[in-house]
Design a protein around this ligand. Structure first.
Ligand code: 5GP
Ligand code: ZN
Length: 136
């Protein structure tokens, strides 16, 4: 529990939320500023700032909950698909520093999230350079 964390306050009921799923370790609730109808956030009940801080067993619990909620949204809402998004650190758009996973319902042609994929791929050499760095 972190004192001024909005998601910790949701977990302990200090701030109301529209919960769609709860078990011993995780909860999921509707995002108050949804990208699309049914946009849901899945979180661990315990406070960890980023995915790097999650103990391994919590990662398992979190992604089991994500799968449950994804199935639920897919079954109950009329959607064609969904994106699963997990932001880490400010540079990647993380605002709430309580690790969480977004499930964002999608419909054909809705243009809600567009990945900026460059037209040209990386050269073999560039890929080798980065691989070397990662594996060193
Ligand atoms: P982030 O940008 O950190 O990955 O996403 C945080 C998400 O939490 C945002 O989509 C934001 O709309 C949502 N959010 C922030 N505060 C609250 C709140 O008090 N209640 C709910 N339900 N969602 C919140
Ligand atoms: Zn928290």
């Amino acid at each position: 529990m972190s004192e001024d964390c909005i998601f910790c306050k949701i977990v302990n009921g200090q701030i109301p939320s529209k919960k769609v799923f709860e078990n011993d370790t995780n909860i999921a609730f509707l995002d108050i500023r949804p990208i699309s109808t049914g946009h849901t956030v899945v979180i661990p009940k315990k406070h960890y700032s980023t995915i790097e801080k999650l103990p391994d067993e919590e990662v398992g619990n979190l992604f089991k909950a994500v799968k449950r909620v994804a199935l639920l949204l897919h079954e109950k809402l009329e959607i064609d698909g969904y994106n699963i998004v997990q932001n880490n650190y400010k540079a990647a758009g993380q605002v709430v520093e309580h690790s969480h996973v977004h499930i964002i319902p999608r419909n054909k042609g809705d243009r809600k999230i567009e990945l900026n994929v460059p037209k040209e791929g990386a050269s073999e050499e560039q890929l080798d350079q980065v691989l070397e760095k990662i594996m060193a």
